[in-house]
Ligand binder design. Structure first.
Ligand SMILES: Nc1nc2c(c(=O)[nH]1)N[C@H]1C(S)=C(S)[C@@H](COP(=O)(O)OP(=O)(O)OC[C@H]3O[C@@H](n4cnc5c(=O)[nH]c(N)nc54)[C@H](O)[C@@H]3O)O[C@H]1N2
Ligand SMILES: Nc1nc2c(c(=O)[nH]1)N[C@H]1C(S)=C(S)[C@@H](COP(=O)(O)OP(=O)(O)OC[C@H]3O[C@@H](n4cnc5c(=O)[nH]c(N)nc54)[C@H](O)[C@@H]3O)O[C@H]1N2
Ligand SMILES: [Mo]
Length: 685
């Protein structure tokens, strides 16, 4: 292959391509990418055939389940799962039918609070609304940096062009962020906000809306009076010193949002992964609803995806639920059948009672690297080393998979077909696109779905189904994931009648199909029986006392840390591509000039960043793009651990910030990890 380019004829991307897309070529040709199963004996790895690998994995996992029970086998599914057709279908078949309470994923370090709000307010965790940025005249961005991230829960190629278009038509972009980000640089207004203070900010906006009679909720909803009462104590004057945003600015934000006919407030990961992430994510939706921007053109809208995830989610039991059970060791609530990632290490470390309270003895990871990507990485690594068995489905030997006993590497993204069901359901336009494999796979290569199906078969999935089991196994093996998508397309909103969507139809439109702008979907889309938007679910009201307690005494003014993302990086991986990692070191601590001066730090010198968990040493970058009192260190670096096989990544500089992020700090309501706003000290190294 020569190169990867954008597709000018794609109606959605209009030829825009992210640098990481271009680097798919590097990934495909990477000599470090694993292509054969590996088995570890002590420190030594040997290549084995698929049969031998599957035999070993199955006998170990079946044995551990028999001896200790289902909960003894834990699973961790990482972020690339959502972009992988095989993993969101057959991967779920395997992981969900294991019937373990010890299911983990990146969700609790990411969008869990948005999903919780979707579940409690709209009835299903998948019903997350997206900003209609193509038609809005006011885009308020809270805790997202789409110019680096490409937009999250807001699938939008070329966000830069799309945000510029808002300003070109006379609209406004306002960013609230502890750092003057790439997005903020292109905005009309930027306001620094103290990390973790979004709930007070949003409550103060709600307070203004009621006080100034600006509430014009246009969706049928319950709970208006409760919301008003909850916001009562939060005057802009009270929120100002907490957020670092002047009371008049808060008033103006509320007024502008209410008075602009096509407007939206968009909140993303910065509002989720913090001490009050649950409340903050809920309030983002509430503020839009109160100002008449929920389910309205230019506001926060629900997509009409060609492959509707709602019925699919029902089938695999992903329909949601919250707090139906609690984690064994620290009593954290389950969400959607998973436990928060903060529980994984302790559930491995803590002995069970030999009966119903089961300790984890084995781990399956798929498309994840929690040793770098989850808080308390070193503790998790130590815990993993005590397991009886671990298997990883992953194309790389990284900081996590090097600890496995067996690695099962799938085909590369260019060797399999692609339909991004998850991302299309969160897109700012309704679109559909199918991509066939670019290359034929090597004769002995397996797709993710085939690996998962084989494990499901051998661990006893079909056996439990009786005679049907054998049939379903044969059938599933013949089909693969595509027919599931095909069936969904055909039975979905654009499927019926002549010219209806199907994979065959999409194959004839290789550039993708534009299905038009977002449409109003309420109340039909709500899955609540009363067909109302629940503005004030009891779970949130119960968390208000914690917020009051937190701010009853003056907040501390010590240094706190946030993260950041870079266009040429993707969490902890894709660092084995030279073209993505080249250039000046990126794993630096950004700090405001005044904070640097008072600590004697010099630009380019080394600093020791410390928490109670320990210290990391990284170069200093002095910049007034940081809010005073806040420093920023990106995650996903620190590829210096022994025993990995990623030659380019190993040569990069940097440390893993999750070595010092405290895993015990979680949003008490939702169990989401606190990744932003933890206290740190910074000193000259
Ligand atoms: N401090 C801090 N920590 C964070 C964050 C933060 O902002 N700050 N962000 C969090 C967020 S939002 C996320 S999503 C997580 C991400 O963390 P994880 O979900 O653990 O994902 P990655 O670290 O990106 O690792 C992805 C792995 O998937 C493998 N992979 C890639 N494609 C495929 C495939 O098609 N099949 C298979 N089987 N494997 C594949 C790669 O080789 C790599 O090993 O990190 C979280 N951690
Ligand atoms: N290039 C690139 N793109 C990515 C990824 C990547 O690693 N690299 N990761 C992908 C993944 S897994 C995800 S989940 C998405 C995330 O997509 P985004 O949500 O856009 O992620 P970030 O770029 O981290 O933006 C979060 C912003 O929140 C700000 N922030 C931090 N703390 C607070 C706070 O307390 N309050 C407020 N208001 N703001 C705060 C940060 O300064 C940062 O600018 O990006 C995806 N896209
Ligand atoms: Mo994420």
């Amino acid at each position: 292959m020569l190169s990867v380019r954008g597709d000018d004829d794609d109606p959605f991307s209009r030829g825009y391509i992210c640098p990481k897309g271009t680097a798919l070529a590097d990934l495909h040709h990477d000599p470090d990418r694993l292509t054969k199963p590996l088995v570890r004996d002590g420190e030594e790895w040997r290549e084995v055939g698929w049969e031998e690998a599957f035999d070993l994995v199955a006998s170990k996992l079946v044995g551990i389940r028999k001896a200790y029970g289902r909960d003894a086998v834990a699973v961790y599914q990482g972020n690339p799962t959502v972009h992988n057709l095989g993993l969101i279908t057959y991967g779920q078949l395997l992981m969900r039918t294991l019937g373990t309470k010890n299911a983990y994923s990146a969700t609790s370090m990411d969008q869990l609070p948005h999903m919780l709000a979707a579940l409690l307010m709209f009835g299903n965790q998948i019903l997350m609304p997206v900003p209609d940025i193509e038609r809005t005249d006011l885009f308020i961005c809270l805790g997202g940096n789409p110019l680096a991230s490409n937009g999250s829960i807001m699938t939008a190629p070329d966000v830069k062009g799309r945000l510029k278009a808002i300003r070109d038509r006379g609209g406004k972009v306002i960013v609230l962020d502890p750092r003057r980000t790439e997005t903020a640089e292109k905005a009309d207004e930027h306001h620094f906000i103290r990390p973790g203070s979004d709930a007070p900010l949003l409550f103060a906006m709600v307070n203004v809306l009621f006080a100034e009679k600006l509430v014009r909720c246009r969706v049928a909803a319950s709970g208006l009076a409760e919301v008003e009462a909850a916001a009562k104590p939060w005057t802009p004057e009270r929120a100002a010193p907490i957020t670092g945003i002047a009371a008049d600015t808060i008033r103006n934000l509320a007024r502008t949002l209410a008075n602009t006919p096509r407007a939206v407030l968009y909140g993303r990961i910065g509002v989720c992964t913090q001490e009050f992430g649950g409340l903050a994510a809920w309030l983002c939706y509430v503020v839009n609803a109160l100002t008449g921007h929920l389910d309205e053109v230019g506001g926060l809208m629900f997509s009409t995806p060609a492959v509707d995830p709602l019925p699919l989610a029902d089938i695999v039991g992903l329909d949601g639920g919250f707090g139906r059970w609690k984690s064994r060791v620290s009593g954290r609530p389950e969400f959607g059948g998973e436990l928060p990632i903060s529980c994984l290490a302790e559930e491995i470390e803590t002995p069970g009672n030999g009966e119903d309270k089961v300790q984890i003895r084995a781990l399956i990871t798929s498309a994840g690297n929690p040793v770098l990507s989850s808080p308390g990485g070193p503790r998790l690594e130590a815990a993993i080393k005590t397991l009886d068995f671990m298997v990883s489905i992953d194309p790389y030997m990284n900081e996590t998979t090097r600890l496995a006993h067996v690695i099962l590497p799938p085909t590369s993204p260019l060797e399999r077909s692609h339909y991004d069901a998850a991302l299309f359901s969160l897109a700012v336009r309704n679109v559909a696109k199918y991509s066939p494999p670019t290359f034929e796979r090597k004769p002995d290569a397996r797709h993710d779905w085939e690996i998962c199906l084989e494990l499901w078969t051998r661990i006893g999935g079909p056996a439990r189904l009786g005679p049907l089991g054998k049939l379903s196994r044969t059938l599933l093996g013949k089909l693969g994931p595509e027919p599931i998508i095909d069936l969904s397309l055909r039975t979905g909103p654009y499927g019926f009648g002549r010219g209806g969507l199907s994979i065959r139809k999409l194959k004839k439109s290789p550039h993708g199909v534009d299905l038009g702008p977002l449409q109003p979907r309420l109340p039909a889309r709500l899955t609540h029986k009363d067909k109302l938007v629940h503005l004030a679910p009891a779970e949130y009201l119960a968390d208000l006392a914690r917020l009051e307690r937190r701010y009853s005494s003056p907040a501390s003014n010590g240094l706190v840390m946030i993260g950041r993302r870079h266009l040429r990086s993707n969490n902890s991986w894709m660092h084995n591509s030279e073209r993505l990692v080249k250039g000046p070191p990126r794993c630096t601590v950004m700090i405001h000039p005044d904070d640097a001066a008072s600590r004697g730090l010099v630009d380019g010198g080394d600093a020791k960043v410390s928490t109670k968990q320990g210290s990391i040493t990284v170069p200093v970058e002095i910049t007034d793009t940081m809010m005073k009192g806040v420093v920023s260190v990106p995650h996903g670096w620190g590829h210096n651990k022994s025993g990995t096989r990623m030659r380019v990544a190993e040569a990069t500089q940097g440390a893993s910030v999750n070595d010092i992020v405290d895993p015990a700090q979680v949003d008490e309501l939702s169990g989401t990890s606190v990744l932003t706003g933890q206290a740190v000290t910074v000193a000259k190294a």
